[in-house]
Ligand binder design. Structure first.
Ligand code: SF4
Length: 351
């Protein structure tokens, strides 16, 4: 059986799709339709035969782009038929469902709650109580089976990715094997960005439980400003400056860096899922979203923190750009002391 998985959602969703990919790979070849942004996450993934890049908002926008992608689903490079027998719609839009229907895939499986459900041949319940990795994994179930062990996403950085991460650390004076701690202060959604990373960095540098570890700030180029703010805070107390990795590492090199880290503190954002894939002890900070929405950490040693007792939480599927109530208590009131205690706890378990 040849499977096709359509996953054109956010980068974190692609990471959470990897347990489904591994499950399907036990049945036969697996091809994946991905965005140009998320396709690199699957480089070297042993469960994946081919990645079909579908730039649905760029060069492949509109009907012509969809038809081109449908042709790519029908045939591999060189004209060999792919022979896809089942398509799994991990992303539930009508466009994705149309894509695989136009490509002639006879069996189309997706969530019963998805916009494209009318084009599915089998609809699977979307259980809001499950982790999203498990929801995706269950797309491949024909009965009510459950995973027999906790699901862990997996990514496979190459030796070049590991070398890029090691080189960044070495050029910043970190010896091989020396402890590092990672903070990932960014998020596309403003209300998900915990506002106390500068204070946390100072606390990490002065707390005897964490002070030996060199701090690394991980994120995209958009996070360079907060990395600078963190560095200014550490400079003000004479601590070693953090290593600014924002915008400097490709996705899988970022994953390689996390494989090397003693722990990460992250918002509800991509680095949380990269850490889950690499088994990095994780402290995840949730504000306008909550872990029970299905996107909590899956690393073996992890803690998810949030302000309890706020009637307004969660207030949004992703996190609004501004707090609709104006006070942003879900993040403002999440204290540095709680976070640093959680870091010390998850670190203690493994490293
Ligand atoms: S409404 Fe509540 S949960 Fe939403 S951003 Fe504001 S404080 Fe946070």
């Amino acid at each position: 059986m040849t499977s096709l998985v359509v996953q054109t959602s956010f980068l974190g969703d692609m990471v959470l799709t990897t347990p489904l990919l591994a499950r399907l790979a036990r049945r036969g070849p697996v091809d994946v339709v991905a965005t140009p942004q998320s396709a690199p996450l699957l480089t070297g993934h042993p469960a994946v035969r081919d990645v079909i890049v579908y730039d649905k908002r760029g060069g492949a926008r509109g009907w012509r782009g969809l038809l081109r992608a449908a042709r790519a689903i029908r045939s591999r490079a060189g004209g060999e038929p792919r022979g896809v027998t089942v398509a799994y719609l991990a992303q539930g839009s009508l466009r994705s469902a149309t894509l695989v229907a136009v490509a002639g895939v006879g069996e189309r499986v997706g969530f019963a709650s998805s916009a494209g459900r009318r084009l599915y041949t089998r609809a699977v319940p979307f259980d809001r109580t499950q982790h999203h990795a498990e929801r995706l994994w269950r797309l491949a179930s024909t009965d009510d089976d459950a995973p027999d062990a906790p699901l862990h996403p997996r990514l496979y950085p190459s030796s070049n990715d590991h070398a890029a991460a090691a080189s960044l650390l070495a050029t910043s004076g970190v010896a091989p094997g020396a402890p590092i701690l990672v903070v990932a202060p960014g998020s596309v959604w403003a209300t998900k960005r915990w506002p106390h990373y500068r204070s946390l960095a100072i606390a990490l540098a002065t707390d005897p439980r964490t002070a030996k570890a060199r701090l690394v700030v991980l994120g995209s180029a958009a996070d360079t400003g907060i990395a600078r703010t963190i560095a200014e805070g550490m400079q003000s107390i004479g601590a070693a400056l953090p290593i600014d990795a924002t915008g400097r590492l490709p996705l899988l090199a970022s994953a390689a860096l996390l494989a090397r880290a003693g722990a990460i503190v992250t918002n509800d954002s991509l680095p949380l899922h990269l850490a889950s894939a690499m088994g990095t002890p994780t402290v995840a900070l949730f504000g306008p979203t909550t872990p029970d929405m299905g996107f909590g950490p899956l690393a073996p040693h992890a803690d998810a923190l949030g302000v309890q007792g706020l009637a307004c939480r969660p207030c949004h599927a992703h996190g609004p750009q501004a707090c609709p109530l104006g006070h942003w208590r879900c993040m403002e009131e999440l204290s540095v002391a709680r976070v640093i205690d959680a870091v010390a706890d998850v670190m203690r378990v493994t490293r």
